[in-house]
Design a binder for this molecule. Structure first.
Ligand SMILES: *[C@@H]1O[C@H](CO)[C@@H](O)[C@H](O)[C@H]1NC(C)=O
Ligand SMILES: *[C@@H]1O[C@H](CO)[C@@H](O)[C@H](O)[C@H]1NC(C)=O
Ligand SMILES: *[C@@H]1O[C@H](CO)[C@@H](O)[C@H](O)[C@H]1NC(C)=O
Ligand SMILES: *[C@@H]1O[C@H](CO)[C@@H](O)[C@H](O)[C@H]1NC(C)=O
Ligand SMILES: *[C@@H]1O[C@H](CO)[C@@H](O)[C@H](O)[C@H]1NC(C)=O
Ligand SMILES: *[C@@H]1O[C@H](CO)[C@@H](O)[C@H](O)[C@H]1NC(C)=O
Ligand SMILES: *[C@@H]1O[C@H](CO)[C@@H](O)[C@H](O)[C@H]1NC(C)=O
Ligand SMILES: *[C@@H]1O[C@H](CO)[C@@H](O)[C@H](O)[C@H]1NC(C)=O
Ligand SMILES: CC(=O)N[C@H]1CO[C@H](CO)[C@@H](O)[C@@H]1O
Length: 797
């Protein structure tokens, strides 16, 4: 095919003469013609030459059909047709067929990509000055456009819609689809998510702060966003920002970079380099999930870079997310283990359930050493004795001010004396290596002036963020009970646990799923529960809430907090519905029902199973009270609210209700109406004292007594009714009965064949500790877990 030379007019040529400007290329591709990979001049240019579109070399023998900025120092790709299926550099071509289909074929002639547009009209392909590659008919109507299927970038005037997802590159210089996505979620909010092979997690906006706190509006379902020519970004969810160099002029692009960060860039035409003109608040490259993969550690030098602990090797230097390989196999070397010390380092998340506070370094080290699930542990240097054993070392980062040392479990024989020293040498952070984070003080940028000032503000703010995060990591429990503002920083850290898929359902969807609320499976103080089926096979329990006084916004906010609470011993909340007066919660469905059905039926429940139920329930409550982001009281712990899966693993249900039904004027934990169930309610409920976590501990103690005695709380308490007065407390009654008649008299007769005295005594002791009248004397839930676990250890001796 002859290449018609496109000669640009003089003025334009003069402007660009400085750059390498090989001003060839074609204005359009007509039917029957092709762009061939081996012909250098076979590419399209936009009318003023800003964009070019042709084959772009992505590897030694690999090309992708692309669009790029003509005048950026290195061709900056803004779109690719076949990013995941490059074609060879011989014989591949893009052809506009006579039938109107634009087709990319490889060297063998097989179709790799096409627009799927068949028409008998006369069509033509053009690259517009906006960077949009369009296929138009004679009437100039757009039949197909690249703007509808962006890769990792949108350009001014290109709409981001409910159909579009920006997907990052896999790594720097690798054009394959990566794992970071930018799109509208089911709640109409634009968000960034890491969607990787090991985990999925949203990292922006800061979820724990709720949609409203992050300034977004989830009610506008048009799901549209656009960057205009002047650099103003406006979205239907109220996300709005301006380029720091706001105004018509600079060429811009909004890109999800390979490191997962969304950035707005402006082109400096004199150098061909890109200048950062906007960055989302509160996103820091090294803290974006999944950047470095397993064992990998992110540091700024000065770009975020992934390194491996000494002796480990980077699995794929071109793809950090593949992590590092240890030179050993822990399961094979299980007998002689030791730890490699990584100062100034932390791996975020994946804490094992054996997290402890107030223990010595030695105790922490030992707990990890003996636990085969433990891959390493963090020990916070804050004097609180916090021990974080970890099941997976992911999301590692190293900063000079991280007040934690990570100990990576390795076989002793791999621990060379030099290893620790080597790690120490490399930790120093070169100040110029501090990442530049844009501050709100964008005027400094705009004025193009004081570079040092710019550097300094970037430095300070990046450290402010890092500092906040370190504080969040090691001190989070201190902050837990404090005001919301302070939770904001921590919220960022908690993103990892956010389950993807928490969803808003419509009333119609749930009506259909429950077959018009046909099968009732339970009734409680807050509404009726129905069984339903979603997506054809997923069984769910739909709870229709009654008497919610909260407005929609507040309901939504609280529900999303509950939806973010995930623990093995808590019933999982899949989503909710808030259609006018219809307020519903959608939970996972547990086949085996609740503990009361089992315990007070003919089913034989052995001691081992009862212990497991006691322990799991305690872990679930402990998580609610002390570990999850928001401090949540259950307020209605009873066997009806302890569900069992098919392995009799307990899951606590109905938590978080206190948030949905709390008195709007009440700041703290207090209730506009009494929650709880007679028999399980702590004495302080009766005397109108403020309720705290110890009320749940009391209820838990009663459940434990039920598990041990096989009698329901009401039977149990009426048995002691005569003696049980203000002066003679429940604890004394039970203790007295055990003293006089023996433990066996109190224990469920069905356990008599399984009578492990030591174990039962321990459980009874824990139960009695929990039901003490004086709430300050009751142990915290985490202590209960500890006591129950200790119990097992003592029995092993
Ligand atoms: C192309 O360049 C000319 C001269 O600079 C300008 O007047 C015109 O608006 C430009 N066209 C587009 C589509 O940008
Ligand atoms: C352009 O690409 C070359 C080769 O990949 C690289 O060495 C150079 O640093 C890049 N220049 C810019 C400004 O990114
Ligand atoms: C390029 O790759 C294709 C397969 O993708 C192969 O058939 C061809 O021989 C390769 N060419 C060269 C020069 O390596
Ligand atoms: C989104 O996709 C649907 C179906 O593919 C289509 O009907 C709709 O027009 C698209 N919306 C936009 C805004 O592109
Ligand atoms: C929803 O967003 C669109 C696009 O930004 C806007 O045009 C529309 O006015 C918004 N609707 C409401 C009700 O705010
Ligand atoms: C962006 O700039 C426009 C025009 O100056 C202004 O109206 C708008 O409020 C600005 N938006 C933000 C988020 O600063
Ligand atoms: C480590 O060794 C165990 C036991 O020999 C084996 O099952 C496992 O697959 C090995 N893991 C790796 C990563 O090689
Ligand atoms: C910091 O980095 C710069 C540039 O990379 C280098 O010239 C300087 O020597 C480094 N300083 C230290 C203390 O390592
Ligand atoms: C008591 C009860 O319902 N037990 C059931 C628990 O779940 C398993 C597996 O689904 C059933 O086999 C039990 O019968």
């Amino acid at each position: 095919m002859g290449v018609p030379k496109f000669v640009l007019f003089f003025l334009f040529a003069a402007t660009f003469a400085r750059s390498q400007a090989r001003l060839e290329g074609m204005p359009s591709l007509k039917q029957g013609n092709s762009l061939k990979v081996e012909e250098e001049g076979d590419f399209l240019v936009s009318p003023n030459g800003t964009f070019s579109s042709g084959f772009y070399e992505v590897g030694a023998n690999a090309s992708c059909y692309s669009i790029w900025f003509t005048n950026s120092a290195n061709k900056t790709i803004i779109w690719m047709a076949n990013r995941d299926k490059p074609v060879g550099k011989r014989g591949s071509k893009l052809t506009l067929h006579g039938n109107g289909n634009l087709v990319l074929t490889d060297e063998l002639g097989s179709v790799v990509w096409s627009t799927n547009t068949i028409s008998n009209e006369v069509m033509v392909v053009r690259l517009l000055e906006t960077g949009n590659l369009v296929l138009t008919n004679q009437a100039k109507r757009i039949i197909w456009q690249s703007f509808d299927s962006p890769t990792d970038t949108i350009l001014p005037s290109q709409k981001l819609t409910k159909n579009t997802t920006l997907v990052s590159m896999r790594s720097q210089g690798t054009y394959l689809s990566g794992f970071y996505n930018f799109k509208f979620d089911d709640n109409n909010v634009l968000f960034l998510i890491y969607n990787g092979p090991l985990l999925s997690s949203v990292y922006w906006p800061q979820i724990a702060t709720t949609v409203f706190q992050s300034g977004r509006d989830p009610y506008n379902s048009s799901r549209e966003a656009i960057l205009d020519e002047a650099g103003q970004f406006v979205s239907s969810d109220q996300l709005q920002f301006n380029a720091s160099d706001y105004g018509i002029g600079p060429k811009r692009r909004l890109t999800v970079d390979y490191d997962g960060i969304l950035r707005l860039y402006s082109l400096d035409e004199s150098t061909g380099l890109w200048k950062l003109s906007w960055l989302p608040d509160g996103v820091d490259a090294c803290l974006v999930q999944g950047l470095c993969g397993e064992y990998g550690i992110c540091t700024y030098k000065p770009q975020p870079t992934c390194t491996c602990p000494s002796g480990f090797s980077l699995n794929d230097p071109s793809d950090w997310s593949k992590g590092c390989s240890p030179p050993f196999n822990l399961t094979q070397d299980a007998s002689k283990l030791d730890f490699l010390e990584l100062p100034y380092t932390d791996y975020y998340g994946y804490d094992l359930d054996t997290y402890k506070l107030g223990i010595s370094f030695e105790a922490c080290r030992n707990s990890c050493l003996v636990d085969s699930r433990c891959k390493g542990f963090g020990y916070a240097l804050d004097g609180l004795g916090q021990c974080f054993p970890k099941s997976l070392l992911l999301n590692g980062y190293r900063m000079s001010n991280v007040k934690s040392i990570i100990h990576v479990k390795i076989p002793k024989r791999f621990l060379t004396p030099g290893a620790i020293l080597k790690e120490l040498e490399t930790h120093e952070l070169n100040c110029s290596a501090a990442q530049i984070v844009l501050t709100s003080d964008l005027e400094t940028e705009k004025g193009n002036g004081n570079g040092y000032m710019r550097y300094l503000t970037g430095f300070v703010s990046s450290f402010a963020i890092i500092e906040a995060i370190c504080i969040g990591l090691t001190w989070w429990y201190v902050f837990r009970k404090q005001a919301h503002e302070e939770l904001v920083n921590m919220g960022y850290l908690k993103l990892a646990i956010n389950a993807v898929g928490f969803k808003r359902f419509t009333y119609a969807e749930l009506k259909k799923a429950t077959k018009d609320f046909k099968q009732e499976i339970g009734k409680g103080g807050f509404g009726t529960v129905y069984k339903g089926v979603l997506d054809g096979d997923r069984a769910v329990a739909v709870k229709r809430l009654e008497g919610i006084l909260q407005g929609e916004a507040e309901f939504w906010a609280e529900v999303s907090v509950i939806g973010n609470i995930n623990h093995r011993n808590l019933v999982n909340l899949y989503g909710f519905c808030a259609d006018n007066d219809h307020k519903m919660l959608v939970y996972e469905y547990l086949e085996n029902g609740s503990l009361d059905k089992l315990l007070f039926s003919d089913v034989e429940l052995g001691l081992e199973q009862r212990c497991n139920i006691a322990l799991g329930t305690a872990k679930g409550l402990s998580y609610l009270h002390e570990e999850c982001l928001e401090w949540v009281l259950h307020c209605d712990v009873k066997p009806q609210n302890i569900l069992l899966d098919d392995h009799f693993e307990p899951k606590v249900a109905d938590f978080g209700m206190s948030k949905l039904f709390k008195d709007i004027h009440d700041e703290g934990i207090g209730f506009s109406r009494v929650r709880g169930t007679r028999g399980y309610m702590a004495p302080e409920w009766m005397v109108n004292l403020k309720i705290d976590a110890k009320a749940d501990v009391y209820s838990y103690g009663i459940v434990l007594l039920e598990l041990l005695s096989g009698k329901s709380a009401s039977v149990l308490l009426s048995a002691f009714a005569q003696e049980y007065t203000e002066h003679n407390q429940l604890v004394q009654c039970v203790t007295e009965k055990i003293r006089v008649e023996g433990l066996k008299e109190v224990i469920d007769p069905r356990l008599h064949h399984d009578f492990n005295k030591k174990k039962l005594e321990r459980l009874m002791k824990v139960a009695l500790l929990c039901v003490q009248e004086d709430r300050n004397a009751r142990p915290a839930m985490s202590k209960v877990v500890e006591l129950l676990l200790e119990n097992d250890e003592l029995l092993l001796e």
